[in-house]
Design a protein around this ligand. Structure first.
Ligand code: NAD
Length: 462
């Protein structure tokens, strides 16, 4: 048995970042992980591998659609699926080994195995019981299916199985037009699958600024994805090689059936806390399985904390990371804090979609007076040169004070561009602050400045 200041259960972005920060702040730290590699869902079967496949399939799309326009002649590449999967696995390996290196460098002990909490102050891993002054639960989330749909990870897959298909399916049906459905749907569409996305709501990407969601859907449609909206999937019947997806249109209750070689179930995720022993400990957990915490990530049981996907809030790796750092600082006697008003969200399709802060809909609901500064990438020289003129930057600012309240970008490198606005929002900046900041030419970021100018006397290039 060994004694620690902190034991973190789970080594995803929340857990490993928390562990490193705890160690940096002088706490004797261990992190429990039962997978063979560190990094949790994000590094092993989530964010990182999906980005590798998005990158590879985007390269193919560029070769097929834009190369000859630039005088790059010759046959387009063909897909060697096994090699593409090997590339993806190599990317995973490099990242997970990187965390192992960081643990060693920061003297974080990796307790290998699945952890449980037999009592406050104790963590059991295998036959060993370790003592800890504080325990941080960072066990993340798992994909959740819907009634009538059983995931076998072969024909009917979750996001995990979608990264390991034996071949590129001819017909892919995606259930759910959320982030996972659209990212993985894009990958397979670019690789040649016929992709149909069935969504319960009347629009894609719930919660997204509706202006942006409409343009996003149009863009994906142009790329070949088919959308069936306002449709509730009733059941999926699968054989060893094929599936039938039955859905009902909400407006008139008519049923229809889609044939598929593969079905991706992307209908959301649920907190993962199995086997921790939370019931016996009396840790407060909601009906949906969400662990209750206060502003300092403390559960109702003294010395037990929780962060990331298993507590309230958006299930995003970077939200978990920020909570990991904040709770580490709190445990070290500092003032850890997360600004939940400035957490960006990014969808890594092409073009990317990124957002932060309020949407027009949320501002209207709150009765706030706001102005909109919008600029199309068509007016951005760099975007035009790179066949990336589709999309826009949209800035929402307070009608009186000009303070930035939110931003929505669909276009090239949106996931990177959004951070200029995040920093501005952290500093309570006005749109004019961005408008008066010199932006290098020619860069995509000039479109952000132009949107800021559009909140004032007007943009230059539109
Ligand atoms: P989601 O909640 O984003 O979307 C699920 C969609 O499924 C919703 O639009 C919902 O209306 C629809 N749906 C539910 N039941 C249905 C039914 N019976 N028939 C048809 N449609 C139905 O969930 P997700 O895409 O599975 O993602 C899960 C979580 O992982 C999210 O919190 C997401 O933010 C996160 N994630 C983020 C990223 C990223 O940041 N790039 C990438 C992957 C996952």
């Amino acid at each position: 048995m060994s004694a620690y200041d902190v034991i973190i259960i789970g080594s995803g972005p929340g857990g490993y970042v928390c562990a490193i920060r705890c160690a940096q702040l002088g706490l004797k730290t261990a992190c429990v992980e039962g997978r063979e590699t560190l990094g949790g869902t994000c590094l092993n079967v989530g964010c990182i591998p999906s980005k590798a496949l998005l990158h590879a399939s985007h390269m193919l799309h560029e070769a097929e659609h834009n190369f000859t326009k630039m005088g790059l002649m010759g046959k387009s590449p063909s897909v060697d699926w096994k090699t593409m999967l090997a590339y993806k696995d190599d990317v995973i390996g490099q990242n997970t080994k990187g965390i192992e290196f960081l643990f060693k460098k920061n003297k974080v002990d990796w307790l290998k195995g699945w952890g449980s909490i037999p009592a406050a102050g104790k963590v059991k891993v295998g036959d060993d019981v370790h003592e800890a002054k504080a325990i941080v639960i960072a066990t993340g989330s798992d994909s959740s299916s819907i009634p009538g749909v059983e995931v076998d990870e072969k024909v009917v897959v979750s996001s995990t199985g979608a990264l390991e298909l034996s071949k590129v399916p001819k017909k892919l049906v995606v259930i759910g037009a959320g982030v996972i459905g659209l990212e993985m749907g894009s990958v397979y569409s670019r690789l040649g699958s016929e992709v149909t996305v069935v969504e319960f709501l009347d629009h894609i990407t719930p919660g997204m600024d509706s202006d942006t969601a409409k343009v996003f859907q149009r863009t994906l449609k142009k790329q070949g994805l088919t959308f069936i909206l306002g449709a509730a999937v009733q059941k999926v019947e699968a054989t060893r090689t094929k599936a039938k997806v039955t859905y009902k249109l909400r407006k008139n209750d008519t049923e229809a059936v889609l044939d598929a070689d593969t079905v991706l179930v992307a209908t959301g995720r649920k907190p993962f806390t199995d086997g921790l022993g939370l019931d016996a400990l009396g840790v407060a957990v909601s009906e949906r399985g969400v662990i209750g915490t206060d502003d300092h990530y403390a559960t109702n049981i003294k010395g037990i904390y929780a962060i990331g996907d298993c507590i309230d809030g958006p299930m995003l790796a970077h939200k978990a990371e920020d909570e990991g750092m904040a709770v580490a600082e709190i445990l070290a006697g500092q003032k850890g804090h997360v600004n939940y008003g400035v957490i960006p969200g990014v969808i890594y399709t092409h073009p990317e979609v990124a957002s932060v802060g309020e949407t027009e809909e949320s501002l209207k609901d709150k009765g706030r007076k706001y102005k909109v500064g919008k600029f199309s990438f068509m007016g951005n020289g760099r975007a035009k040169a790179n066949f990336a003129g589709d999309g826009f930057v949209k800035l929402l600012a307070d009608a009186e004070t000009d303070r930035i309240l939110g931003a929505h970008i669909i276009g090239p490198m949106a996931g990177d561009l959004i951070h200029e606005i995040c920093v501005a929002m952290e500093f309570g900046a006005a749109a004019e602050d961005i408008a008066r900041t010199c932006h290098a030419h020619p860069t995509y970021s000039e479109a952000v400045r132009e949107a800021a100018l559009a909140c004032g006397d007007g943009p230059i290039h539109s």
